[in-house]
Each structure stands twice: as structure tokens, then as C-alpha cells.
Design a protein around this ligand. Structure first.
Ligand code: ARG
Ligand code: ZN
Length: 881
């Protein structure tokens, strides 16, 4: 583990390397505890670099065995070696020379899951961001591109499969029951894209022929016996390959494309060139084991990693400050892919929900940072929803501003101009400026200014002159390191609605820039005047959620209800409904906290009913409407002085009122939606199930007993319906026999299936109220629980801390105390995982004073420990700052 040195890295300190490594030859002799890595590097001194300039290579927990230059062992006084650095002085005067380094590493002892490690006896690697230096001493930085040839040697019986990047070459058997394989990747790449996998795995294969006729062999490697669960992932892969050709003109560029699923993985997946390594959660799915959400996740992550082949691999990042160059853009691409594969509006609403649930709180709290940060202590802490999801929103805004066609031209130019480069955000923006002739310098502030802008909007209609005026004022609160901000260019897609929802087209516009259906807000405060408006319109702003902002507007409750009923953009309909419900849910939370009962408006109940029963709407959309704002949504709306118990009370009161009002029709619809045919994970089937399962929750609340959920649990023929029923049982009837029976039945049936059992841990970690902590403690002693496996740890500790509002944020602070102790334990095994989990406390300052003080104490107890990892030290100090 790297412990903190206090070192901070700055964007403006970027300097190119003094040396290049045009060729990298790696020879791995795999052994569980003593793997020998021999690295042979062709080194080239850059022109103009002084001859006495030392070569300084990165390392991390490495043991150096030997070092030679041009075949001659180096004398002791010509190099300095530490576990994290190798500095070589007295280099040959020749411009190029060969450096040979042998290191020994222990994959079994590697519990950080970065570098070369073992997962269920499979050797695998994770090198992004700085894991390659845990394999051998190297210039481990993204702007150092090299052509790799890799020889892997292992015991044949333990590792019949030997994989690395690029195309397969020679292979053969050796004495002593060992064998080898050679892989060559012709595309120069940075070390973070290196991968190696060796082990005994099952495989499914397929082929894909690219538009220009290149045949590609596809392989997905999984645990033996799980092959059939990889078929959906394979299907998603082939669809991704075709889509990238069609929508971006990008073809695949090697003879093989392999994916390996492993069960111990810190993140979702990794785009290593030609050899993606995946958390098996994003590969394995069957109707009996995976929910619709799992299927959608697999489709998205398979696409994401595949799309990185161009946005990330062919064009990589100059330095890690530019991470959003590949991540934001690739998320944008996978979002578009999923939108094309499913319902665009429903997909967009899911994105908006995710952005608001994860990125907005990040932007509003102590961990706020720009999409392109300017400094970091630990880069792994910047794989955030700001870099990924807000980074994607920024790309989407470029398209909204330039239009789809010009955007595509800019993308084409990006690929043409920067193929083979390690590029920057400036390069990216420049291609769109060149393609469009527009100046995007103000827009570029989106990459530099942290925080979520708020738009304060006022309207004025003048009947006499038939003009409608919209005045918008943007504001952006200070964030760490950024006390004052400049106004940004914010694209606001809009429409004006007349009676019955008819779209009104203005005759002309004055004031700020309006192009087609987009208002371009560029000043701090700007006025847009529309003429020829014959009736007072209801404005529909931010259609499609065209910018990641919040809005405070003068719209009345009846305007919002009107939009929810009539707008042609479903995203706006959903947003208007959400705003309407939120205002009630927050005021009720305050009432409940003050000991008063919640009040519910019959108009909202009617509106929800209308949307739920409207057969003209997508079932998935109707389900999204019925899924009223979550406890954390309400907390975010409140922003301060949060009391999770009061929020839960407010939310449950609404659900009960809606359930009681619509009980009969809900029941009828619930019965109608029952599906008897075979399971299909497509959008239509998923939509039907999501609507039926939200109805199950309402009906169970109205029934006041677990019978219906229990019945659905027993009769379900797929995991979506089974898990939904189990969730209702635990959330609504936690202590009932029916719930215990279901939990036991689930465990008996899936006890051997890790991914499914993760769901069993999650559902219990989320049980509301003070009893949750006892449950979590009990589950930590369960024989299937282990802090060594990231998925399992996240399913219990992560779900509890980031998903269980009342259980985690107990008034007595015991939830925080337990969490702090657990984080310290995890930090010793897996620093990245510990740091990631710890971000669950980033909103601690928005709680009511008692909880806030307990949270501060818990955070301080972590900060006071000596020898924390850099990862946790960085998060805890920024959170407390
Ligand atoms: N590039 C990967 C992806 O987004 C994420 C890998 C991040 N890993 C890490 N340890 N920081 O697909
Ligand atoms: Zn990515």
C-alpha cells in the first residue's frame, strides 16, 4: 500500500519525458507467489536532452532482481533503487540503448487488486491508473506510448489459457509441465492499457466482420460452467461494434477481441487494448440470476469498454488531469448507444436521475472538483461521477450547441487529427471550433469550474404587445479552491406551450441568443424576448435535460402539472412531476420533524394516477413517474438540516395516500401486467416489469400485509420479479415471518452464486431504521461475507452507508462509528475500495446538528490514524476541510 507522502500533483507542472520507449518486451514467468517479470525496453533519449540526465522509472512494491544495459549488468553505483523508484545514472551516450530489468512480484499477496493479482486462481491485471509500476519499473504515464510484445509462461494445468493484448503469436509447450504464448500489439499504447490473464476458464466465441471486411474473433472468458451466462454480453458486444461503425465510423483494429470476467475487481471494467477485463457483475446474466437493471448495466459497460478502443486507446490522454477526455466522451457514447437500443426518453431520465443522485451531491459538497481537475494527491480518487457523468454531459452540450451534424464533423476531425496521440481537452475543444467556426472558449469553462449552476428564471407576458419575456440569472456557488466563478455558456432547450399543450412558435426573438429550440445563456443575467405570442404560454425549459443545472422558476403548481400532462418531451414531463412532488415532500419532511402530520394534495394523487393509467405512454416511463423521489432525493432538495426519519415519514405518507386512492385500479393493472411467456430482457419487457413492481410496493403498503409480495416472490420466474418482491418484503415488512422465509429460501437457492448473493446482502443492508446496524453487524459474521471481495463489501458496507438513509444516519451516530472502524480495516487490504466507500460521508454537513457532530467525530477518528493510505488520507482530509 502507498501511504501518504503529502505530495500533490499539478496540471501546470506537466513536462514531456526525457526518454521514449518505442518497444517494450515483457516476459512473465508466472508463479502464485514468485512471478518473475523480465522487461526488455528499447530506450531512446529525446533530442536535446543532456547526456547526464538520469532515467527515472516508477515502481511500487517491487523487488529488483537484476538490471542490464545493452547486455551488461549495471554497477551498484550507477543506479539507485527503492521500492517505488529506479533511478539510473551513467547511461550510454548512444541515442538508443536496451535496458533489461528483472523484478519479482507476488500476485497472491496482492490484495489491492491493482498490478498483477490473482482472483479465484486466475492471474489478471489492472493497470489503470498507476498499476503497471507494480509489475515492473517503467515510465508509467499515459503519454509514453510503446509497442508491446509479451511472452507469458505458466504451468499448463493451472493456466491452460494465456492471454495478453493485441494479436496472438507463437505458442508452445516446455519441459516441467509448463507452456508459453506470445502476444504482439502493433498499436503503440501507454502502460495503463497493458493486460495479462492466465488461468483455467471457460469461453464462448463468436465472430464479427468489420465494415471493411476484417474478420475479428471474439471471446468471452468466464468461470467454467457459467458460459451460458455470457451470451447476452456477447450479443451486446456485437451490437456495440456495429453501432460504432454506423454512428461514429469507427472500426475495430485487431484480429481478436477478448473479454475476461473476474470476480475480484475494484471497478466496473477496464478497456485494455484487445483484452478487456471485467468485473463479472457486468458480464454474467441469466433470467434466473440477473435483473433488468443488471442486463442494462451489462449492455452499457460492454459498450463503454468497447468504445474506449477509439476514445481512450487510439487517442489516449496526455496526463491524468485529462481523464474526462476519454471517460466523459466514452460515457456519452455508451449513453447514446443505450438510447438507441432502448427507449431514448426513459434512458435519458435514468441518466438524469443518476446524475442528480451522485454527481450533484458531489458538486455540492467538500469533494467538488472540476470535470478536469488541476491537482490531485491520488488519481484513483478522481474516477468520479463528475469526471464520468458530468464529463458526458459536457460532450452532450457541445452537440446541443453545434447541432448533431457539426458535432459529428468535429468527432471525425478528432479521430483524423489525433489518432495515435496522447491528447488534451484543449485538443478536443479545438476540433469542434475548427469544424464549426465557433468560439468555444466560454463554453470550455465547463471543464474548469466545479459546482452545479443554478438558473433563477422569471417570466413576463404582455398581452398588449403579445410578447413573452424570459429572464435567466445563472449563479455558481464557491467550491474548494474556487471562490468566485465566471458566467458559463449554458444551452437550454425549450418550447412554449399554449392551451391544450399546443406548441407556440414565436415570430421573432430579441435579447440573448436563441437558435431553433435552444436558448444560449451566456451572461450572468440575460433576457430573451419572444414576440408574436398570442396567449400566455407555459414555458418548457431544459427539455431533454440539455444542461446539468438546477432551476428555480416562478412556475406555479398548476403550470408544473400542466407540463407533466402535456409537454411533448417526456424528460420535462418527468422533471415537472418530480419538482411538484419534491416541493410537497420537503415541506412535509419539515412538518413531520416538527411533530405535525404530512398533508397530501389530491391534485398530485390524481396526476400520478393519470400518468400511471395512461396506456399511450411507455410502461417504463409510467413506472418512473410512480417511483416518487427517494429519501436521498428529498434530502438533496432540502439541502440542510436533514433528518432522515422525518424524510422517510414524509415519503411513506405520500405513498400510502396514493396507494389508498388508487388501490383498486392499481390492483387491476398489476394483474394485467402479469406476463406468462418466456422472459425477454428487452426494453419492453423490462418496462412492464418495472411498472408492475412499483405497483407491488403501493399495493403492499395499501394491503398492510406481506401476502402479495410473498406470493410474487414464490411464483416469480425471473430475478427481476423475485428481487423486487424480496425488496418489498424487507423494506415494508422487515420483521415478518414471510420476510424471513423469503430470505432463507433465497439463500438456500443461491448460496453458491456470489453475484446473486450480493443482492441478498444489499437488500438487508437497506432495511430501514435503527435495526439495520445490528443486521449489518450480524451479516458481517455470515460465512459468505468477506472484506476481501469488493463486490461483497460494496453490497453490505456500500449499500448500508450510501443507500440506507435512516439506518446509516442514526441520530446516535453509531452508524458512522461502525463505518469509520470498518473503513480502517478495509484500508489495510484495499485502499482504493476503502477510499471509494468513504465518499458516502461527503454530505455530512447537510445533516441536522446532532448527526453532523457525530459524523464529524467519526471522520476525525479516521483522520487521526497514522499510516493511512494516500487514497483514504486524501478523501478524509478533503471531506473534513
Ligand atoms: N477506465 C476504466 C473505465 O472507465 C476504469 C478503470 C479505473 N480503475 C481505477 N483503478 N481507477 O472503463
Ligand atoms: Zn471508461
Amino acid at each position: 500500500m502507498r501511504t501518504d507522502t503529502g505530495q500533490v500533483f499539478h496540471l501546470e507542472d506537466y513536462k514531456p519525458t526525457d526518454f521514449l520507449i518505442p518497444e517494450t518486451h515483457l516476459d512473465f514467468r508466472l508463479h502464485p507467489e514468485r512471478t518473475i517479470v523480465k522487461s526488455t525496453l528499447k530506450i531512446e533519449r529525446r533530442e536535446g536532452v543532456a547526456l547526464d540526465t538520469p532515467l527515472i522509472l516508477d515502481g511500487d512494491e517491487l523487488k529488483l532482481e537484476s538490471i542490464c544495459i545493452d547486455g551488461v549488468a549495471l554497477g551498484d553505483n550507477t543506479y539507485v533503487v527503492t521500492p517505488d523508484r529506479l533511478e539510473i545514472r551513467g547511461l550510454p551516450e548512444a541515442e538508443t540503448f536496451t535496458l533489461e530489468i528483472t523484478t519479482e512480484i507476488n500476485p497472491t499477496a496482492n490484495r489491492q487488486l491493482t498490478g498483477l493479482y490473482r482472483s479465484s486462481n486466475v492471474y489478471c491485471t489492472q493497470c489503470e491508473a498507476e498499476g503497471f509500476r507494480r509489475i515492473t519499473y517503467y515510465l508509467d504515464r499515459p503519454d509514453l506510448l510503446s509497442v508491446y510484445t509479451v511472452r507469458v509462461e505458466a504451468e499448463t494445468s493451472a493456466a491452460p489459457l494465456l492471454l495478453s493484448n493485441g494479436n496472438p503469436g507463437e505458442k508452445g509447450t516446455l519441459d516441467d509441465g509448463r507452456h508459453f504464448a506470445i502476444w504482439h500489439d502493433p498499436h503503440p499504447k501507454p502502460a495503463y492499457l497493458f493486460a495479462l490473464v492466465a488461468g483455467d476458464l471457460g469461453v464462448i466465441t463468436d465472430t464479427f466482420t468489420t465494415a471493411s471486411g476484417r474478420p475479428v474473433n471474439l471471446g468471452i472468458y468466464v468461470e467454467h460452467g457459467k458460459e451460458s451466462r455470457a451470451l447476452y454480453a456477447m450479443d451486446a458486444l456485437k451490437r456495440s461494434m456495429a453501432w460504432d461503425e454506423e454512428k461514429f465510423g469507427r472500426e475495430y483494429d485487431l484480429d481478436v477481441f477478448n473479454i475476461v470476467a473476474v470476480s475480484d475487481f475494484n471497478m466496473g471494467a477496464m478497456e485494455n487494448k484487445g483484452l478487456n477485463v471485467f468485473n463479472d457483475k457486468y458480464v454474467l446474466a441469466e433470467p434466473d440470476t440477473a435483473t433488468d437493471v443488471d442486463y442494462a448495466g451489462i449492455e452499457a459497460v460492454i459498450a463503454h469498454e468497447y468504445f474506449h478502443n477509439w476514445t481512450g486507446n487510439r487517442i489516449t490522454c496526455r496526463d491524468w488531469f485529462q481523464l474526462c477526455l476519454k471517460e466523459g466522451l466514452t460515457v456519452y457514447r455508451d449513453h447514446e448507444f443505450s438510447a438507441d437500443m432502448r427507449s431514448r426518453a426513459v434512458k435519458r431520465i435514468a441518466e438524469v436521475k443518476g446524475l442528480k443522485a451522485h454527481q450533484f451531491p458531489e458538486d455540492a459538497g467538500p469533494l467538488a472538483h472540476p470535470v478536469r481537475p488541476r491537482q490531485f494527491r491520488e488519481i484513483n480518487n478522481f474516477y468520479t461521477s463528475t469526471v464520468y457523468e458530468k464529463g458526458s454531459e459536457v460532450v452532450r452540450m457541445i452537440r446541443t450547441i453545434l447541432g448533431a451534424e457539426t458535432f459529428r464533423k468535429g468527432m471525425d476531425l478528432y479521430f483524423e487529427r489525433h489518432d495515435g496521440d496522447a491528447a488534451t481537452i484543449e485538443d478536443f475543444i479545438k476540433v469542434f471550433e475548427d469544424a464549426s467556426g465557433e468560439d468555444l472558449s466560454q463554453f470550455a469553462l465547463w471543464y474548469d469550474q466545479a459546482g452545479t449552476p443554478n438558473l433563477a428564471i422569471t417570466y413576463d407576458y404582455d398581452q398588449a404587445t403579445k410578447t413573452f419575456e424570459i429572464e435567466i440569472e445563472q449563479s455558481l456557488k464557491p467550491t474548494p479552491g474556487q471562490p468566485s466563478k465566471k458566467p458559463m455558456h449554458i444551452p437550454i432547450q425549450f418550447g412554449l406551450l399554449g392551451t391544450k399543450g399546443r406548441e407556440i412558435r414565436p415570430r421573432a426573438t430579441k435579447g440573448g441568443l436563441v437558435k431553433d429550440d435552444v436558448i444560449h445563456l451566456r451572461k450572468r443575467k440575460e433576457r430573451f424576448t419572444f414576440s408574436g405570442i398570442t396567449e400566455r404560454p407555459v414555458p418548457s425549459l431544459l427539455r431533454g435535460f440539455s444542461a446539468p443545472v438546477t432551476m428555480t422558476s416562478e412556475l406555479t403548481r398548476s403550470d408544473l402539472a400542466f407540463l407533466a400532462r402535456n409537454d411533448r418531451d417526456e424528460v420535462t414531463r418527468w422533471q415537472a412531476l418530480t419538482q411538484l412532488l419534491n416541493s410537497k415532500l420537503t415541506s412535509n419532511s419539515k412538518r413531520v420533524r416538527g411533530g405535525k402530520p404530512a398533508t397530501i394534495e389530491s391534485s398530485s394523487i390524481r396526476l400520478l394516477g393519470e400518468l400511471a393509467f395512461n396506456n399511450a405512454l411507455d410502461e417504463a416511463f409510467r413506472a418512473l413517474c410512480l417511483n416518487v423521489p427517494s429519501e436521498s432525493d428529498i434530502a438533496r432538495e432540502l439541502g440542510a438540516n436533514i433528518d432522515p426519519e422525518a424524510i422517510l415519514g414524509s415519503r411513506d405518507a405520500l405513498i400510502l395516500a396514493v396507494a389508498e386512492a388508487h388501490g383498486e385500479k392499481f390492483e387491476q393493472l398489476y394483474n394485467e401486467l402479469e406476463h406468462h411467456g418466456a422472459f425477454n430482457p428487452d426494453a419492453a419487457g423490462a418496462g412492464r416489469r418495472s411498472l408492475r413492481n412499483v405497483l407491488l410496493d403501493y399495493l403492499s403498503v395499501a394491503d398492510g400485509n406481506p401476502k402479495r409480495a410473498s406470493k410474487q416472490f414464490k411464483q416469480a420466474n425471473n430475478m427481476t420479479d423475485r428481487a423486487a418482491a424480496l425488496n418489498v418484503l424487507v423494506q415494508r415488512f422487515g420483521t415478518s415471518t414471510a420476510t424471513n422465509d423469503a430470505l432463507q429460501a433465497f439463500e438456500a437457492r443461491y448460496g453458491n452464486d456470489a453475484l446473486v448473493m450480493d443482492k441478498w446482502f444489499v437488500v438487508q443492508a437497506m432495511q430501514p431504521g435503527e435495526s439495520a446496524l445490528g443486521k449489518v453487524n450480524e451479516l458481517m459474521k455470515h460465512q459468505l461475507f468477506s472484506l476481501d471481495n469488493p463486490n461483497r463489501t460494496r453490497s453490505l458496507i456500500g449499500a448500508f452507508s450510501s443507500g440506507n438513509q435512516t439506518g446509516f444516519n442514526r441520530a446516535d451516530g453509531k452508524g458512522y462509528q461502525f463505518f469509520a472502524e470498518t473503513i480502517l480495516t478495509i484500508d489495510k487490504k484495499n485502499a482504493q475500495l476503502a477510499a471509494r466507500l468513504l465518499t458516502a460521508m461527503r454530505s455530512w454537513r447537510s445533516f441536522e446538528p446532532e448527526r453532523r457532530e457525530h459524523a464529524r467525530e467519526a471522520l476525525a477518528s479516521i483522520a487521526s490514524v497514522a499510516g493511512l493510505s494516500t487514497d483514504v488520507r486524501d478523501i478524509v482530509e478533503r471531506t473534513l476541510a
